[in-house]
Design a protein around this ligand. Sequence first.
Ligand SMILES: Cc1ncc(COP(=O)(O)O)c(C=O)c1O
Length: 383
Amino acid sequence: MNPQRISLSPPHLTGEEQAYISQAFESNWITSMGANVDGFENEIIKSTECGYAVALNSGTSAIHIALRILGISTGDFVLCPTLTFTATAAPIVYQGAIPVFIDSENETFNMDPYICEETIKKMKAQNKKPKAMLVVHLYGMPAKMAELLHISELYDIPLIEDAAEALGATYEGKACGTFGEMGIYSFNGNKIITTGGGGALITANPIFVQRARYLSNHARELLPHYHHQEVGYNYRLSNVSAGIGRGQLTVLQNRIEARRRNFKIYKQFFDEMEGVHMQAAPNAKFKSNRWLSAILLNPEYYKKTDKYLIMDTLEARNIETRPLWKPLHLQPAYKHYPYEGTQVAEKLFQQGVCMPSGSNMQIRDFERIFEVFETIKKVLLGV
Ligand SMILES: Cc1ncc(COP(=O)(O)O)c(C=O)c1O
């Protein structure tokens, strides 16, 4: 019989969620407003020290709303990292706009500020100035925010942070998501905390928050009858889901500590394995929540196919892993959009594997994983 599955990043409930859900049931607020939605938004504000938060039904819808608020529309250019999940770029395409994919830098895996700036200069010279920068904090690692914010200000291009994976991560002590004009979080089931599907838009701008509430509620005007000047969306989070989020938020710090501990355990092990290294924080300013711990296989030691051998060997023992995101400029759905870079993201994709990183991982889970790696080492390195 196979041992119990070690999943990549499973939900980790506290039991506290039940009380908030029960309140929703008892008060019969089984809809997209209620005390849990208000409470969840206030608690996100407290936790991240952002100005305002709007609870939404996904991180993807939060990105879509942010782009709508900035007036991104047909033919506009939006800078976006190539190494990310499709949900970062899809809302750009929903708007009929054009994602311009920017390569990663090697340290954080995030948008390379140098390539970003060179692209802006080139596009400006062609009269195609980008209308927004969408920056991702991949696997919870802050992007190089000082440089990216400088570029955003210098060229007067608003910055949106896709912090879907980075709730609780900080750069220079400030929460990821709170640097740009708007930030977004995801509470999908695999994230550091979950609502079982949900998201939030955060901002310091009171006009943006009003727009986000309006657009996510069908752009309904405050009139006694149903009146719509604009077309909006049904993107609100339910009061039941928000209850799960409230219970989850009470343990966010604990979940971050657990994931950071996971990273330390992996690092200790992989520091001893030839040709393997891990996603690095350039310095102490970058505090990742270590949502996922990722390893990189140095091509001087490993063939391209070794990544799959490692993943398959672990899968055969019921241990889940994932490759790094496949760069978007290589995806059939996006390959006709512009890309600027030097194939760093491609190399990261070829070399990278995300390891099981749940906050509920036990020492015995690591022992099982490392035992498999002893076999892998013998096969791949002959040691
Ligand atoms: C980088 C990134 N952006 C956006 C999203 C979209 O979030 P959601 O699944 O809540 O729509 C995700 C995760 O799913 C993500 O990892």
